[in-house]
Design a protein around this ligand. Sequence first.
Ligand code: FEO
Ligand code: CA
Ligand code: CA
Ligand code: CA
Length: 601
Amino acid sequence: DGGTGSTPAGTNFTAVAPNKADAVTVPEGYEQGVVIRWGDAVLAGAPAFDFENQTAAAQALQFGFNNDFAGLLPVEGQPNTYLLVVNHEYSTEPAMFRGYDAENPTEEQVKIGLASHGLSVVQVKGDSGSGKLVPEIGANNRRITGTTEFLVTGPAAGSDFLKTSADPTGTKVLGTLNNCSGGVTPWGTVLSGEENFNQYFANAEAVTDPVVAPRLKRYGLAGGASERKWERFDKRFDLVAEPNEVNRFGYVVEVDPWDPSSTPVKHTALGRFKHEAATIYITSDGTVVAYSGDDERFDYMYKFVSSRKMQDGKSQAAMRHNMTLLDAGTLYVAKLSGNSAGEIDGTGKLPSDGKFDGTGEWVAILRTGEDGKGESLVDGMSAEEVAVFTRQAGDKVGATKMDRPEDFEANPKSGKVYVALTNNTKRGVDGGAAADEANPRNNNKNGQVLEIADDHAGTTFGWNLLLVCGDPATADTYFGGFDKSKVSPISCPDNLAFDPHGNLWISTDGNALKSNDGLFSVVLEGENRGETKQFLTVPVGAETCGPIVDEKRVIVCVQHPGETDDASIESPASHWPDGGASQPRPSVVAAWKKDGSRIGS
Ligand code: FEO
Ligand code: CA
Ligand code: CA
Ligand code: CA
C-alpha cells in the first residue's frame, strides 16, 4: 500500500483550503453525510426532534448535545454493523432553547440540559458502496445522562471526600458531566474523560474553610451562581448545601457498550482532574498503560500503568476481569527537561540543535493495590487526597506545566505517543510560567504537538515537538522539518487519531488563524515527516472532534456549530446541518471516497 510518487500512503488527497463556509468541506473526489444529529432517535419510542417543543423525557431517548469523542466498534457476526459510542460534552442552553432566559431557566430546561449530557450508544449500519452510516434502534442502544447511576472504584471509593447526603456510601454517583475526549479499549469498552466539571457547581465563593477553599480554587471553582443555575432545582450542584458532590466528578469513566443494563464505572485510581480522554497502550506482557492529559493552562500529563494483565477474548469472564484493569496499578505525572533550555526565549525560534527536544521522567504519585486500597507516594498527602486532589499532588512533585494537554495517544504502528497541546495564551504573560523547550512560545495562540518515545510501563522517556502550529508563513512555526511552503496552516490541535498506515490525524478546536476548524493528516515517518494537509473543514463556529480514520471512512463529530464570538454574523451563526433558517445541531459526520477506494489513496 505504498504512496503515489512522493506522497506517503494514506495522504494522497488535495488539501482543502481554509474557509469560513457554513458547511462541511471535503477534498475533491470525496463525499460526506450526517450520521446522527442532536435530537435524533437513539431509543425506541423517541419522538421526532422538535426544536420548539422539547422535553427532558424526549431528550433522554434522543441523541445528546455537543458530540465530542466518537468510537466505532464492529458488531461481531453482523457485517458492516457497528456500535457508535459518542460523548456529549456540554449543553449550550442559549442555542438549545428559543428565547432562553439565562437568569431564569425553567426546571424543564434544567432537566433537558442534564439529559443532553453523557454518552450515546447507537447501532449504525454501513453501506456496501460507500462510507455512509445509518443509525438504527439496536439491542445495545443506550443513553447515559447526567442522572445515570455510576459505580465508583479505586482508592477514593467510599472515602469521606465522596460521601453526600444522598449517597453516604461514597460509591454511587448520579451522572457523568463534560465528557470530552475518550478512548476505545482493546477489551471492547469505552473510556470517557470528565473534563470541565467545575462549571456546574455554584457558590464556591461562600466556602471559606482553609483546606477546602484552596482545593476548589485549584480546580477552577469560583463565584456564586453557576452559568446554568442547576443548583436552583438540584441542591447537589450547590457547594454549600452538598460540599462533596463536586469530588464525584473529574474522573475517567468506563462504559461497557455491549450490555445496556451494565453500571458504568468511575475509576479513581487514574486521579481526578480535567481529564481529556484516556487512551490505552498494551505492552507485550499485557500490561495496560492509560495516558491522560489535564486540559488546563499550565497543567500536567499523566499515565497509569496497571499491575493486572489484560485477558484476551470476548468472554464475559474476560470482560469482567478487564473492566478492573484500571483499578490496580500506579499513577504517574510527567516532568520534562529540554536539552537546549538556555536558548528558549519564548519566540518559538528553533534552538541551534535544530529541535525542541529533551528527556522526561514519570514521577509516581499513587499506587493502588490488588485490594483497591491506595498508597500515597507524595509527602504530606494521603492516598485518598492524591486520588481526589490529584492536581495538588502534581504541584508538590514539581510536574511540568504544559500548554493545555488535550488528546494523548499511542500510535499502534510505532508505539510512539503523541500529545496535542492546544494553546496557552497565558504562557509568559501576567506572571504565567515562562516558555520552556516543550512549550516554547509565550502567548501561545496556536499550540504544538509533542511526540514521546515512551518506555510505556517504565519511568523514562525522550520527547520532541513534531509540530509547532500556526501559519507556516511565520517564523514561529515548525512542521517536523518539512518544507513549510507545502503544508496547510493548522491551529489549536485537540483530538488525535491514527490511520491504518500509521499517519497522525489531528482535529482542531479554536482556530486562531480566523478560518474554520477542521481535520488534518500529518506524515510521521520518512522524508515527508511533518507534511500536514487539511482533509476537511467544519461549519462556522464548530470545533472538530472525535476523528476516526478507517480504511474507507473518516468520521468526525461537529461540535457546537454556530458558537462564535464574531458579532458581525447574525445569530444563529450557523444553520448546519438542516439549512434554511434552522437552528444549528451538533452532529456526527462520515466522509468517504466517491469511487469506493481507500481514504487518501
Ligand atoms: Fe473539551 Fe479539552 O476539550
Ligand atoms: Ca533541543
Ligand atoms: Ca478536547
Ligand atoms: Ca478543546
